[in-house]
Design a protein around this ligand. Structure first.
Ligand SMILES: CC(C)(COP(=O)(O)OP(=O)(O)OC[C@H]1O[C@@H](n2cnc3c(N)ncnc32)[C@H](O)[C@@H]1OP(=O)(O)O)[C@@H](O)C(=O)NCCC(=O)NCCS
Length: 183
């Protein structure tokens, strides 16, 4: 993605009114709600620009996986040392994520997912063990996250509008980063 420009969209930054991912709610979030979310410190939106045009965006917030989110919370706690001490586990939530409809099915979505994973294991200010996402419960969206290594936290949301999915950053942290970066 060398030719792409990565940008943080703050409150005053212009949003490209022509951005269209094919989903009106996500388009509206990008154009309008992402500013309010930034102002309220609820979520920050980032985007990729190609030749002056926004081709993808995502918004992220601090979040956590709690016992209510998971069918078997002990399974999660077993991943960690001193597991009794952890009542919640730190995560970053991808609140919104979309690729412009003219740029779908070209690998951008998966490359951005890889970027987010590496971004949150590199030089972080705070601990962040998981990436989580409320994935739209659609036949073209869930397989996308599955292919990108995400799993379901619970079976209870199978009939909901969205399904909560997670990716364990520890899976890649040791493989990607030199040991010094963990200290
Ligand atoms: C879901 C979404 C983000 C995926 O982004 P994307 O850029 O299309 O994702 P990718 O290109 O990495 O992968 C999608 C498909 O393209 C295929 N693909 C990737 N590179 C390809 C290439 N060079 N040539 C052909 N196909 C390719 C992938 O294998 C995958 O195919 P499959 O669905 O048949 O398995 C995008 O479709 C989107 O923005 N949807 C609307 C908004 C939305 O639903 N967002 C999710 C909210 S949770």
């Amino acid at each position: 993605m060398d030719e792409l420009e990565f940008v943080r969209l703050g409150i005053d930054d212009e949003r490209d009114p022509d951005f269209d991912c094919g989903d009106n709610d996500l388009n509206e979030f990008f154009l309008i709600d992402s500013k309010a979310n930034c102002l309220e410190l609820l979520a920050v939106t980032y985007a990729w620009r190609l030749e002056g045009k926004i081709i993808a965006f995502f918004s992220v917030s601090n979040d956590a996986i709690t016992s209510q989110d998971v069918d078997n919370f002990n399974r999660f706690r077993r991943m960690l040392p001193n597991r009794k001490r952890y009542k919640t586990m730190p995560a970053v939530k991808i609140g919104r994520f979309a690729v412009h409809k003219e740029y779908k099915q070209q690998g951008y979505g998966s490359k951005i997912m890889d970027f987010i994973k590496i971004w949150f294991i590199t030089g972080n200010k705070t601990g962040c063990r998981f990436v989580i996402v409320d994935a739209l419960n659609k036949s073209d969206v869930l397989p996308f996250y599955e292919r990108n290594g995400f799993s379901y936290l619970t079976e209870n949301d199978k009939s909901e509008h969205t399904r909560l999915m997670y990716f364990d950053l520890k899976q890649i942290a040791l493989a990607v980063l030199p040991l010094d970066d963990h200290r």
